[in-house]
Ligand binder design. Structure first.
Ligand SMILES: O=C(O)c1ccc[n+]([C@@H]2O[C@H](COP(=O)([O-])O)[C@@H](O)[C@H]2O)c1
Ligand SMILES: Cc1cc2nc[nH]c2cc1C
Length: 348
């Protein structure tokens, strides 16, 4: 077995070779800006001087949240299951963007409160929604572990189907409340700086949401140094599953494109469980949800797009995917100065 530090050294060397190669391609050095950094990162992640990210595999994890009964979302819990049906029918925004990038799309039920079985949904239901974390722990530790394992299996299926880049997304009414609570605990940030309007709540509901989350954190008080405990106490099943995808992608050294606020919280949990996960993560976009900025900063992450999205489902990551493909194609397809017969000497 090759020790992991050897693998990392090799990967850094590949990244360095790609950095030098980019400078002999027919463009002023550095002129493709962040796309060049992206090419270097993809090469280092995969240990491939000519990395490939197609086809991508989009995974949308769906689950419900007991905290929804506190009136913290603009939409009722039933919408989670209804949107799962929409994903399967192909009518949601993520279906449109997944088709646009020729992605393999899988919809996984890890904890929807009602029955959503039927053609097209992968049944990995751990339980029917979490408990209301304002009153009790959202789930047991073993349930959080089971959801992580479901995420790992989903990543495995995508990779066995030939996917070379993974995209994580989610659907779960009230999951911005669970995510905000997790960030407040894991990063020690005040709730008011994290809580946002989610699906679109008004000022009164926003104040109510903040008060509910603050009281719940005081009541649950999980250990901030115990990421699995935080997940079980105030988290969500889809968040756990997305953390599982991050862990599996890291083990297999596959680039993973993270979506918005909720997906980034899952990435944070995975990085707390295994810090080397950070090496394979790329961030698709900056969400409108205020907590996203805080988590991105904690992960030292600079997202690729800022389109003021706040949808979830993996949409922001799917929209950013063509930039990864462009970075790979620059390496594979651009001519070198020598090959194109271009004289590179500087003007006198
Ligand atoms: O990805 C994001 O940054 C994001 C920001 C706000 C809302 N969402 C989506 O909206 C739902 C959660 O919002 P809420 O108000 O029900 O907590 C859930 O299904 C998410 O996919 C997603
Ligand atoms: C309609 C709808 C679609 C969504 N997609 C992700 N979260 C969502 C929340 C709602 C309410």
């Amino acid at each position: 077995m090759i020790p992991s530090d050897t693998i990392l050294t090799t990967n850094r060397e590949v990244g360095e070779r790609v950095r030098q190669y980019l400078d002999i391609l027919t463009k002023p050095p550095g002129s493709l800006g962040r796309l060049e950094q992206l090419a270097i990162e993809l090469a280092a992640m995969t240990a491939e001087p000519f990395p490939r990210v197609t086809p991508p595999g989009v995974m949308v994890f769906a689950a419900d949240h007991g905290i929804a009964e506190e009136g913290v979302s603009a939409f009722p819990q039933a919408v989670t299951a209804q949107m799962v049906a929409n994903f399967v029918a192909g009518g949601a925004a993520i279906n449109v963007f997944a088709r646009q990038i020729d992605a393999r799309l899988e919809v996984i039920d890890v904890g929807v409160a009602s029955e959503v079985s039927g053609l097209g949904v992968v049944d990995e239901k751990v339980r029917r929604g979490t408990a209301n974390f304002a009153r009790e722990d959202a789930m047991r530790r073993e349930e959080a572990e089971a959801a992580i394992a479901a995420g790992r299996r989903a990543a495995g299926r995508a990779l066995e189907a030939g996917c070379r880049c993974l995209i994580i997304g989610e659907m779960g009414i009230a999951n911005t409340s669970a995510s905000s609570a997790m960030v407040a605990i894991l990063l020690g940030e005040p709730v008011f700086s994290l809580v946002g309007r989610g699906t679109g709540i008004d000022d009164a509901r926003l104040a109510h949401k903040q008060a509910i989350i603050e009281a719940a954190i005081a009541a649950r008080a999980p250990d901030p140094e115990d990421p699995l405990g935080v997940l079980a106490s105030v988290g969500g099943l889809e968040i756990a599953a997305m953390a599982g995808v991050c862990l599996e992608a890291s083990m297999r050294r596959i680039p993973l494109l993270v979506d918005g606020f909720i997906a980034t919280v899952a990435a944070l949990v995975a990085c707390r469980l295994a810090p080397s996960v950070r090496d394979i993560l790329l961030f698709g976009h900056r969400s409108r949800e205020p907590g996203h900025e805080v988590v991105l900063a904690a992960l030292d992450a600079r997202p690729l797009l800022d389109l003021e999205l706040r949808l979830g489902e993996g949409t922001g990551a799917a929209l950013a995917f063509p930039l990864l493909e462009a970075a790979c194609r620059v390496l594979a397809e651009m001519a070198t100065f020598e090959g194109a017969g271009i004289v590179t000497g500087r003007a006198p």
